[in-house]
Ligand binder design. Structure first.
Ligand code: AMP
Ligand code: MG
Length: 346
């Protein structure tokens, strides 16, 4: 398929909690016919196709302009289905039942023969059961597994609202669930469980503290925090630029440096993305990212706030750091990957 060619996109308003089965069936039939569907999960919107249909999965890469060495996550609706796909024998079943459905993706050795395009030819697969009634009904009705990355075009910020999904993907995909905002607003946590301790490849909505509690141990290395270049052999997709807003974004980690920069700069050519608490110290244009007392709200609104910065008409944006604990770890990972490393504009 030529990604520029216009397809007839069906857009349906569907409730995420009580989805209308007739609408779900239309989307499921499209999957069975080798089409593409944009659907909400509890994390972000996904762009899905039948995981067993090579040409359907190829369309995902073409639409997103996604490099072929960045594999997809396979979304399933039950734990037995996950066991069909990956080797989870080493993990206590009771732990798995606490992980899923939920915002956590497990990477383990593959047990299934899915097209290479889904796994980028790796011997592992990434699998998740989303905790979203609409997503679960949609997977079940499709009678297959749904391979899906986030629905944004490659390198862009993830899509957490159906209005954005429609403006970006109308005419490119076959079906869009117009279902409003997603619950967490930040992607799933990706964990490799092959070694002696769970290894967080990407922090996300399922916190490292929760993983630690369940497994008794876990490893989050500097790569996953966004502080170092990732090991491309384990997680090839992580090397690409991600979550980049269409405005130069600079992270100013030290809060005193941020106050100095904002209050001493003579030009009014930037906007500062800061917490409610921090904004009280600043005399520049701001976008409030939330309260430091509510990191889940900061996570949920992060991508829409980056969009607001894009639309601010300013030359660049600065953003503050948040505490790297709980969901704050995922927020800082996204901010680090979205921001420019280098000196601030003169
Ligand atoms: P996205 O939903 O766009 O974030 O894309 C899915 C993410 O899952 C990408 O970052 C992939 O690199 C990652 N992923 C998918 N399959 C694997 C795998 N087998 N091993 C490691 N990471 C994976
Ligand atoms: Mg993505």
């Amino acid at each position: 398929m030529d990604p520029e060619s216009t397809v007839n996109t069906i857009v349906r308003k569907v409730d995420q909690i009580n989805p209308n089965p007739d609408d779900v069936k239309i989307a499921a039939d499209i999957i069975k016919d080798g089409g593409t569907v944009v659907f909400p999960t509890e994390t972000v919107y996904g762009l899905g196709a039948d995981a067993y249909n090579k040409s359907a999965c190829r369309k995902i890469f073409e639409i997103k302009r996604r490099p072929l060495d960045n594999p997809l996550i396979i979304h399933v609706d039950s734990i037995p289905s996950a066991f069909n796909l990956i080797d989870l024998d080493r993990i206590d079943k009771r732990i798995i039942e606490k992980l899923w459905p939920g915002p956590i993706t497990i990477v383990a050795n593959s047990r299934a023969v899915v097209p290479d395009i889904v796994s980028s030819g790796l011997e592992t697969l990434a699998v998740r059961i989303p905790a979203n009634p609409l997503a679960l009904d949609f997977i079940k009705a499709s009678k297959t597994y749904i391979a899906a990355p986030s629905a944004n075009l490659s390198t862009m910020t993830s899509i957490v609202d159906s209005s954005e999904a429609i403006s970006v993907l109308n005419g490119l995909v076959n079906f869009i669930f117009d279902s409003g905002r997603t619950f967490f607003g930040i992607e799933s946590t990706i964990v490799d469980v092959r070694g002696s301790m769970p290894h967080v490849l990407r922090p996300g909505a399922f916190t490292s503290e929760e993983i630690m509690q369940l497994f008794g141990r876990s490893l989050v290395d500097p790569e996953a925090r966004g502080l170092k270049e990732p090991n491309v052999l384990v997680a090839p997709g992580m090397k690409y630029r991600h979550y980049a807003p269409d405005i130069p974004l600079y992270l100013i980690e030290d809060l005193d440096d941020l106050i100095d920069f904002c209050n001493m700069r003579k030009k009014n050519d930037f906007v500062a993305l800061v917490s409610e608490e921090m904004s009280k110290f600043l005399h520049c244009d701001t976008i409030i990212i939330g309260s430091e007392d509510n990191p889940y709200q900061i996570a949920r609104d992060l991508f829409p706030n980056l969009k607001k910065a894009e639309n601010s008409g300013k030359s660049f944006a600065v953003i503050q750091s948040v505490r790297e604990m709980g969901i704050g770890l995922a927020v800082m990972n996204r901010i680090r990957k979205a921001s420019i490393k280098g000196p601030l504009p003169p």
